[in-house]
Ligand binder design. Structure first.
Ligand SMILES: Cc1cc2nc3c(=O)[nH]c(=O)nc-3n(C[C@H](O)[C@H](O)[C@H](O)COP(=O)(O)OP(=O)(O)OC[C@H]3O[C@@H](n4cnc5c(N)ncnc54)[C@H](O)[C@@H]3O)c2cc1C
Length: 332
């Protein structure tokens, strides 16, 4: 065994970092592992995105997030979270994936694999899983989805100039990517199974997308689902009458959301609700039904990733550390 800690955190996204900062402040020895870099989910977000939250609502570890505008860009958020890690001098082992968690309260063993292929073995009294909800896309589950022209993550519009692009979905990611593509010379259309954009679309974006759709500048297929993706076309099926419309297509951006990977929690014996996808846990401590094993951040949201985000997931760190301290406080 190479290392022993009071707390191991799996995942160094904003909510994992918040746990690390809370632990550091409380004097709890803690190490964080991330299979990528710190805040790797945000690194993979659309390059030019602006958060819907104000900077102050994204603060973690009591470190002020000061910018001239109310809402930060992706780049500002990346710089901020890097600063939090440095401020608290967090021990983050980047590019070290947690493969397995064994044992139980007071005596967990965490197995990792580093980027150079070597294995790590660590011990901890408690473990927090903060692996987020951006790991796997919600697949369309249609023939042709494995074609290289299909993307489930979008970063920037430039690869799509003068191309026929179908954006699937009508949430923030779909709407914002469609607008960026439209303004950067792609022939973009939108398909969605409902008959309007999602209610949660950022209010300041709504007039822009509404006008583009109304004027036919971005052709929209309401109440249509993708039936099949072919090398140079897409077949869309009407929800009304099942009829098929085939449109020319070079790229498909399936902006249909992402989901948490619960496999590690399941293997540890945590009960996952079949309907909601929520791992069984006490919301006042974030401890799962496996004693000593905690969850933090968006992984606690289950299938509805919009229920927990940075604004509220950042509070989990303090709850977890408070619970740990209560446990370890000697009785008088
Ligand atoms: C486009 C977009 C805009 C958003 N805007 C906002 C906003 O304005 N306000 C807001 O509050 N939220 C917003 N969100 C949501 C927010 O970004 C997420 O809720 C947040 O990132 C969740 O933080 P997290 O720490 O729980 O997970 P993540 O940020 O996903 O971090 C999880 C980390 O775990 C790591 N990991 C996974 N598996 C392992 C493993 N086995 N071993 C080691 N490491 C592992 C990953 O590499 C990752 O770095 C937005 C999301 C998107 C997609």
């Amino acid at each position: 065994m190479s290392d022993r800690f009071e707390l191991i955190v799996v995942g160094a996204g904003p909510c994992g970092i918040a746990v690390g900062a809370a632990a550091k402040r409380a004097g709890v020895s803690c190490v964080l592992f991330d299979k990528g870099c710190i805040t790797s989910s945000i690194v993979g977000y659309p390059y030019y995105m602006t958060f819907f939250s104000t900077a102050v609502m994204l603060e973690v570890g009591g470190v002020p997030f000061t910018i001239p505008e109310p809402k930060p860009t992706r780049r500002e958020a990346l710089a901020y979270y890097r600063r939090v890690v440095a401020h608290w001098d967090l021990d983050v082992r980047q590019y070290e994936e947690v493969l397995d968690i064994e044992g139980g309260e007071g005596d967990f063993t965490v197995k990792t694999r580093r980027a150079d292929g070597t294995d790590g073995l660590y011990a901890a009294a408690a473990v927090v899983v903060a692996t987020g909800g951006f790991q796997a896309p919600n697949y369309l589950d249609v023939p042709g989805e494995d074609l290289p022209k299909v993307r489930h993550y979008y970063q920037e519009p430039y690869p799509f100039y003068d191309q026929d692009v179908l954006v699937v979905g009508a949430g923030n990611s779909a709407v914002e990517s469609a607008l960026e593509l439209y303004r950067n010379g792609a022939r973009v259309s939108l398909a969605h199974f409902a008959d309007s954009i999602d209610r949660g679309v950022k209010p300041w974006v709504v007039p822009d997308i509404a006008n583009r759709l109304e004027r036919g500048e971005i052709p929209v297929y309401w109440r249509h689902r993708v039936a099949e993706i072919r090398p140079s076309s897409v077949a869309l099926r009407s929800e009304e009458d099942g009829s098929i419309t085939e449109i020319e297509n070079d790229f498909v951006l399936a902006m249909t959301g992402w989901r948490s990977d619960h496999s590690q929690l399941r293997e540890m014996g945590v009960h996952i609700d079949e309907t909601t996808g929520i791992p069984s846990h006490d919301p006042s401590t974030m401890e799962t039904d496996v004693p000593g094993l905690y969850i933090a951040g968006v992984i606690a949201a289950g299938h509805n990733a919009n229920k927990i985000f940075i604004e509220n997931g950042r509070e989990h760190g303090e709850l977890i550390v408070a619970a740990l301290r209560t446990r370890t406080r000697p009785s008088t």
